[in-house]
Design a protein around this ligand. Sequence first.
Ligand code: ZN
Length: 170
Amino acid sequence: MELDVSKAFVTPAKAFPFEATVTLPPQRVVGETITFDPVELSGTYCMYEDNVIRLEGTLTTVAHGECALCMQPAQEPVSVSFAETFRRDADELESDSFRYEGKTLPLDHMTLTLAMLELPMRFECKEGCEGSAELQAWKKNNPVSSNDEGAPTQHPFEALRSLLNEEPEQ
Ligand SMILES: [Zn+2]
């Protein structure tokens, strides 16, 4: 996606509103594939120095990944405000600025950078997800509380629970 900013060259130091939609390709992140809904950008652009353009606004999208517990599809809204500088012939590896040529700003690289930084640490399909069938089966076979009446020793959590129950009520 290229944003036409030619108006900024005609009238420097004036902020012009813009809206843009950027489509990001799927991203592989530590063995997982993350996809994004079309990313909506809106805000202003302004040339505040010779050939230096500031792009400010908000970015919103929805990121799709895999629930960390049950491996089912999960999604997370992403919303971030940004203020980025574009310089003609900027070296993106050396400076904080993004590079542009002519009178258009290439938005894909900036959008991908911002969206990836806002990804959650892990996806969860819903709060309190029970986890995969494998995880549930494991929990069933390894119950926290023991029903075995003949067990010579109490489960440590059982001991803790009875201890807590003996606490006088306030
Ligand atoms: Zn889940």
